[in-house]
Design a binder for this molecule. Structure first.
Ligand code: CA2
Length: 173
């Protein structure tokens, strides 16, 4: 393959489903005050601690999310090592997202800002969960950071720098 045709890919693909672009603007009592851009910046910073790069995306369209997930396994763009996904409302409806995630054979962590089990019963089931190695819900934006920690552990990523919390704990010991 010619050098110029080689596509750069990130280590972690972080996907966000419908309406998550509205974060920080409505319903802060459920979803917190952080915007999606705030969360993206925090995720990139956390991943950097593990020497991992991040491709952070949001779409209101199921098909677009499926296309992005499929591309993560494209042999022409190898490099995606794991997926973090908050499928939004599609969690509770989308077999297509489930199928696409299974197809990638990549480790997947599913994240929800809110505790879906304390909410309406239709939110208690997520189709995506059966493709996920782990599911984090109810911890707000911190859930995304915990998902980065979990994936870095799963991937055995070379830890160049430890997260600040771990560093200060070590200093106290
Ligand atoms: O808790 C989560 O992260 C959810 O995935 C969020 C989805 C919801 O349908 C899931 O059941 C749980 C909703 C995302 C909508 O986000 C908004 C943010 C601000 C204002 C309005 C919607």
């Amino acid at each position: 393959m010619a050098k110029s045709a080689k596509r750069e890919t990130s280590d972690l693909l972080v996907l966000n489903g419908p309406n998550l672009n509205l974060l920080g603007r409505r319903e802060p009592e459920i979803y917190g005050r952080d915007s999606l851009d705030d969360i993206a910046a925090a995720v990139r910073a956390r991943a950097k601690d593990f020497d991992l790069s991040v491709d952070f995306r949001q779409s209101n369209h199921e098909g677009e999310l499926v296309t992005w997930i499929q591309a993560a396994r494209d042999p022409k763009s190898p490099g995606v090592k794991g997926i973090i996904i908050n499928p939004g409302g599609l969690s509770h409806t989308s077999v297509a997202l489930l199928d696409a995630l299974i197809f990638t054979e990549l480790p997947v962590i599913e994240v929800h800002l809110s505790n879906i089990f304390r909410r309406e019963s239709f939110r208690h089931h997520s189709f995506v969960s059966s493709a996920a190695q782990g599911v984090i819900c109810g911890l707000g934006a911190q859930g995304y950071l915990l998902a980065v920690d979990a994936l870095s552990g799963i991937l055995g990523a070379k830890i160049l720098k430890k997260p600040a919390a771990a560093k200060s704990k070590k200093r106290r010991a």
